[in-house]
Structure formats: structure tokens, C-alpha cells
Design a protein around this ligand. Structure first.
Ligand code: AMP
Ligand code: GLY
Length: 432
């Protein structure tokens, strides 16, 4: 098989590595890829952006690609899958109509309500005055304000009081996020443990990957601004096998049935961001793609080659396919970010990687290679250092030993990845 991966971050590097390891696969192409992907055996990068839909169709056709796997959400919402399907090219991902589960939080709520999926109560507004009136009547000081559309992680404000919520509402209706904020949700604030569950879906059924926990805030102890994700670990003990079965039954099955009923069946990766707390299990949001950096740990835990399952999902024929996890294995990913991330990440710092990554895998995210071969930082999240171990602590210790040997000016990473599963312990603060 020849496989094309669309994207160029850490998630896509993890995908390329896992796909390239398949005995079924002769070559993996990436658009645009990154220097880490370019260095993988069997892999080749093509300088085509993820939004260049015509060029991606042409690339897949010219290379006679057998399966395309899409990383990021923007091309899905823009209709990349519809274009591939129309051209008769096999692709794993949702159509634009199905990707609206991520592209519109109001639509996702509507689907969840129709399907009886547990989720926080919300109200949707298209103008400031009624939103402010509803806020004034809001029963609690805390409220979550969400832009309806895609906002690259900047569309959610967890407001601790009404003044903060009002400022967020004004900002959105004044156009802070453009069209993404033309519709706005006010949502009830939930407490509990967040966990990410991703299902590989074929339109009818979902096969769940191991549950992972991300660390969204930049600072240790979950402080400071939100980021795309500073590190992950899996499996997440907050959802055991019984919990995952409940997620399958109460979230994935009803949502897939409802999407089919609407004539827009969901194929591809459906990512449920869940809160597990006193109110039980609740969906915070859907993404219609793999998570970043969730993918890095989820794929590392799979016991078998996932390529047959990817191909089966793309053709609507998962049947009895499973994606079993390696027994007694834990995976962790520590993100190394650039100076100034997340507000204003600096690019262009020289990057020095250890010759021997010491049992970890250094996945590239925001890197570039100059013509003279120099590797430089080129984005907010620069690398994801990933490892497995018999315990979570062992996996983290391997990651951190490697992080300590990666050099670039201004590098920042959290030393406490996995702290919720380790009773607050910060493995990265322990000298190796
Ligand atoms: P979302 O993009 O909807 O996942 O929101 C981003 C982050 O905001 C989530 O990962 C949560 O940490 C937080 N969040 C979103 N919705 C809620 C909610 N209803 N209650 C508490 N926190 C939330
Ligand atoms: N790590 C969260 C996401 O990919 O949306």
C-alpha cells in the first residue's frame, strides 16, 4: 500500500511512524510533513499545505495513493473528504457534513440532545443582547462561554464570574474570532477529571482507542493559559474498561446512529472530550480527528498493526475489528514548547537532538530544516518526546531523561505530566 498522511505536526509524525511500520505499507507520503517525518524510513514529504484541497487531490491521484489519513480539522471541515470521495480516492475522515460535529459546537449540542448523549446544558445565541440577558439570569457565578466555530483552541472561556463571561461575550460578538464567534454558547460549568476518548468509526460502529489524559495548561499544577496540549499519558485510570464500555454505549453508539439517521454517517476518528465527575460522564466537546498529543500515546499502545483497521473504517467495513492495547504497558508524551508559547512562540532557535534518544521517540511538531541542514524551531509546540514502560512512572522517566538532552533556547516543558494518575507526583522533577 501507499498511504498519504495530511498534516505536519506531532500527531502526523506519530501516524507516519506507525503506518510505516506496517508490513502492508511500501511508502508513506506526507503533506506537508516535517523534518522528523522526512527522516523516517519509507516516508517522503511534499510541500503542500493542508488547506490546498485541489493540490492534495492531485497528489493522491498522481501517486496512486491507496489510503489517505487526515490529521487536522480544517481540511475536514472544508470538505477534503468530499473531494476525495468524488474523485474515487480512498480516504479516512469525515465528510464536511459529519465534521460539523467539530466545526459547530451548536450542531454538536443539537446532535447530542437528539441522541440522548450526556452533555452540559447550553444555550445558543446569535446576538449580544439576548446572551447578556440570559447571563444575568444564569444561576451560578461560573459559566463557560464558547464560540460556535473553529477557533484553534481560543474559542472557550471558562469564566469564574459574570463580569468575565460578559467580557468574553462582548469580545466574540465584536468579532474577536471572526465568523467562528457569530454564534456563541453559554454552557454550564462542570467539575471532574477530563479524559480523551477516540473512536475509529466506519459510519456504523466505533472501535475505541485507549483513553488518554491531556494537560491543557502551560504551567505545572495546571496553571496559566490554555495550550494545544502539553503532554499526555495513556491508559488514563479515570476510565477503566467498564468506563470505556459506558462511553461506547452512551456516547459513540447513539451519536453514530443519529448521524446515520440524518444521512451524514460519521467515518474517521471521532474524539470525545469527556468530563468524569459527580454528574457522571458528560461530553465537553467533539473533535472529528485524532488528538494532538493524544495520538502519540494512543498509537504507541496498540498491540497490532492498525493499518487494516484504518482501511476497513475508510470503506465502511470495520466488522469485528478490534484495536487491542499492549498488556501491562503505559505510554507518555512530554511536549517541548518554544519560548513564548502559547501567546507568541518564537521561531528559528537552533535545535540539538541527542544522537541516541535513549528508549524514547522524539516526534517532531514545529520544526524546520534549513538548506544547510540546521534544524530549527518553527512553531509553538516543537517536539513530543514519547515513551512506553511497564509503569507510567517508567514511561515518564524515559521521556524526561531524553527531554533533558534536547537543547534549544527558551525550551519549556512541564515536569508534572501524569500527575493526576500519580497522586500529584512530578516525575520530571526527579533527576534521572
Ligand atoms: P473544549 O474546546 O470545548 O474542549 O473546551 C476547552 C477546555 O475548556 C476543555 O478542555 C475544558 O478544560 C474546558 N471546558 C469546556 N467546557 C467546559 C465545561 N462545560 N465545564 C468545565 N470546563 C469546560
Ligand atoms: N489535545 C487536544 C486536541 O487535540 O484537541
Amino acid at each position: 500500500m501507499k498511504v498519504l498522511v495530511v498534516g505536519g505536526g506531532g500527531r502526523e509524525h506519530a501516524l507516519v511512524r506507525r503506518i510505516a511500520a506496517s508490513p502492508l505499507v511500501d511508502a508513506v507520503h506526507a503533506a506537508p510533513g516535517n523534518p522528523g517525518i522526512a527522516a523516517e524510513p519509507k516516508a517522503r514529504c511534499h510541500p503542500i499545505g493542508v488547506d490546498a484541497l485541489d493540490a492534495l487531490v492531485a497528489l493522491a491521484r498522481d501517486l496512486e495513493i491507496d489510503l489517505t489519513v487526515v490529521g487536522p480539522e480544517a481540511p475536514l471541515v472544508a470538505g477534503l473528504v468530499d473531494r476525495f470521495v468524488a474523485a474515487g480516492l480512498p480516504i479516512l475522515g469525515p465528510t464536511a457534513a459529519a465534521a460539523a460535529l467539530e466545526g459547530s459546537k451548536a450542531f454538536a449540542k443539537e446532535v447530542m440532545l437528539a441522541a440522548g448523549v450526556p452533555t452540559a446544558e447550553a444555550q445558543v445565541f446569535t446576538a449580544l443582547a439576548p446572551a447578556l440577558a440570559a447571563l444575568a439570569a444564569w444561576p451560578e457565578p461560573q459559566v463557560v462561554v464558547k464560540a460556535d466555530g473553529l477557533a484553534a483552541g481560543k474559542g472557550v472561556v471558562v469564566a469564574s464570574d459574570h463580569a468575565e463571561a460578559e467580557a468574553a461575550l462582548r469580545g466574540l460578538f465584536e468579532g474577536r474570532l471572526g465568523d467562528a464567534g457569530a454564534r456563541v454558547l453559554l454552557e454550564r460549568f462542570l467539575v471532574g477529571d477530563e479524559v480523551s476518548v477516540i473512536g475509529l468509526c466506519d459510519g456504523e460502529r466505533a472501535v475505541l482507542l485507549p483513553a488518554a489524559q491531556d494537560h491543557k495548561r502551560i504551567g505545572e499544577g495546571d496553571t496559566g493559559p490554555n495550550t494545544g496540549g502539553m503532554g499526555t499519558y495513556a491508559p488514563a485510570p479515570v476510565l477503566d474498561a467498564v468506563g470505556l464500555a459506558e462511553v461506547q454505549r452512551r456516547v459513540f453508539e447513539p451519536v453514530l446512529a443519529e448521524m446515520s439517521r440524518r444521512g451524514t454517517p460519521f467515518r474517521g476518528f471521532l474524539f470525545a472530550g469527556l468530563m468524569v465527575g459527580p454528574a457522571g460522564l458528560q461530553v465537553l466537546e467533539f473533535n472529528t480527528r485524532l488528538g494532538d498529543p493524544e495520538t502519540q500515546v494512543m498509537l504507541a499502545l496498540l498491540a497490532e498493526d492498525p493499518v487494516p483497521a484504518f482501511r476497513a473504517a475508510a470503506t465502511g467495513s470495520l466488522g469485528a475489528t478490534t484495536l487491542a492495547a499492549l498488556p501491562s504497558t503505559h505510554a507518555a508524551c512530554v511536549v517541548m514548547a518554544a519560548q513564548g508559547y502559547p501567546d507568541a512562540p518564537r521561531k528559528g532557535d537552533t535545535l540539538t537532538l541527542p544522537e541516541d534518544p535513549g528508549g524514547a521517540v522524539i516526534l517532531h511538531a514545529g520544526t524546520r530544516r534549513d538548506a544547510d541542514g540546521t534544524l530549527r524551531t518553527d512553531g509553538g509546540r516543537v517536539l513530543g518526546v514519547t515513551a512506553t514502560g511497564e509503569t507510567l512512572e517508567a514511561a515518564l522517566a524515559t521521556c524526561y531523561a531524553t527531554c533533558a538532552r534536547v537543547r534549544f533556547d527558551g525550551r519549556q516543558y512541564r515536569r508534572d505530566i501524569g500527575h493526576r494518575a500519580l497522586g500529584g507526583r512530578a516525575v520530571g522533577s526527579t533527576p534521572p
